[in-house]
Design a protein around this ligand. Structure first.
Ligand code: NAD
Length: 368
């Protein structure tokens, strides 16, 4: 067994549970990082190769994200070891067995993550009546369909533009990864007057200095096409999105896409992190040293988890949009102000803000 205590600190993880039910073919780990603010919310990932240590790091990221968003929830993460592309019947059996195994772990609320979806959360709910990211028929708010995370990103970008005196109307936008997060961020920002001048997906980059039609691009993506199938515009390889000069650059694809080998090529004023950990720490430091305003992932891509929390507490889609807008605007404002006041990075300011919320909750509960 890995030495879990090696990476325990004063916040957590408070509980790491290994599940092994060989007769069901189930092996899983659940990391509950911290529950001072409330039951831990975090995704159930299905993957063949995640370590318990990684599950704990992902659970910590959820503690910070939920605390930064001011949600009454702590952070957790679960990993079911397996191939997410296994036959559907086998997947359902495995996920139902997992749900049964965590029935007594009431401080953890499972949600969808890589390799699981709302259908899977429906199975979990059916077994234990505790899950978020549910199908609409079970009271869920389909967060990817409504664009919860992209909506929150757009709110954060608006605050950031005000902070650097950049007019959102006419601002040039480039989006890396035109999936659930990226396409909705482009949609909401174009409604605020931004011009989408470039976007990319795993097949390539599309750009046009005059601007691209966002709704046609979304229809193309929704019917299985790639941005490079779009009629018009210039086409290039996937990595070319880094070279497009713009005002706002949104990574919404994969981790570590900006690193020390390519960060010097980026020409933007704001980097709004839709994806989780899209910049290596070195790349992020370089961006900050060049005066580019970095909006860190766990503050500005929290729209999805805010939506999930609203769903859990019985709220509606419109309540979710209101909460996302309110929380992300406030937190982005506080983070930028604190970073300027203390002369620290936006990530350091946001981490301090989130950590102090968790510590205050611990004090209020007399855990400290
Ligand atoms: P998605 O699968 O819907 O979309 C990802 C898009 O990125 C696809 O269009 C894919 O073609 C493209 N892509 C993959 N590799 C690429 C590359 N190298 N360059 C350019 N494009 C590439 O996924 P999503 O739900 O939009 O999530 C995107 C990222 O945001 C992930 O890191 C995810 O963990 C994170 N995130 C998602 C949410 C959410 O609400 N969905 C919330 C917070 C964070």
């Amino acid at each position: 067994m890995e030495d879990i205590f090696r990476f325990v600190d004063e916040l957590g993880p408070i509980k790491v549970v290994y599940i092994s039910l060989p007769q069901m073919g189930l092996r899983a780990v659940v990391a509950i990082d911290n529950t001072a603010c409330g039951q831990a919310i975090g995704g159930v990932r299905m993957a063949p190769d995640v370590t318990a240590e990684e599950a704990c790091r992902l659970a910590r990221a959820m503690t910070l994200k939920n605390a930064a968003a001011g949600l009454p929830h702590g952070g957790g993460k679960a990993v079911i070891f397996g191939d997410p592309k296994m036959p559907p019947q086998q997947k359902e059996t495995l996920i139902r067995a997992f749900a049964g195994a965590i029935a007594g772990l009431t401080e953890y609320i499972p949600g969808p993550d890589m390799g699981t979806d709302e259908l899977a959360m429906g199975w979990v709910y059916d077994e234990i009546h505790r899950a978020v990211g549910l199908p609409r028929e079970l009271g869920g708010i389909p967060l990817d369909e409504i664009g919860a995370t992209g909506f929150g990103l757009a709110a954060a970008v608006e605050v950031a533009c005000n902070a650097i005196n950049l007019d959102l109307k006419g601002a040039r936008l480039a989006v890396q990864g035109f999936g659930a997060v990226g396409k909705h961020a482009a949609r909401f920002l174009s409604q605020k007057g931004c011009i989408l001048i470039a976007c990319s997906d795993s097949r390539g980059t599309l750009s046009s200095a005059k601007g691209l039609d966002v709704s046609s691009l979304i229809s193309l993506k929704n019917t299985g096409g790639s941005v490079i199938d779009f009629p018009g515009g210039e086409k290039a390889d996937t990595e070319a999105i880094v070279d497009i000069p713009c005002d706002i650059w949104i990574p919404a694809a994969r981790p570590d896409v900006l690193n020390k080998t390519n960060v010097g090529r980026l020409k933007a004023r704001i980097v709004a992190q839709g994806a989780n950990i899209p910049c290596t720490p070195e790349a992020e430091a370089i961006l900050e040293s060049r005066g580019i305003l970095v909006l860190p992932d766990f503050v500005v891509n929290a729209g999805g988890v805010i939506c999930a929390a609203i769903e859990y507490h019985g709220g509606s889609e419109s309540t979710a949009f209101g909460a996302i807008d309110d929380k992300i605007r406030k937190n982005t404002t506080m983070m930028i102000e604190e970073s300027r006041r203390a002369g620290i990075s936006t990530r350091a300011a946001a981490t301090a803000l989130a950590t102090s919320r968790v510590q205050n909750a611990e004090r209020a509960r007399r855990w400290r």
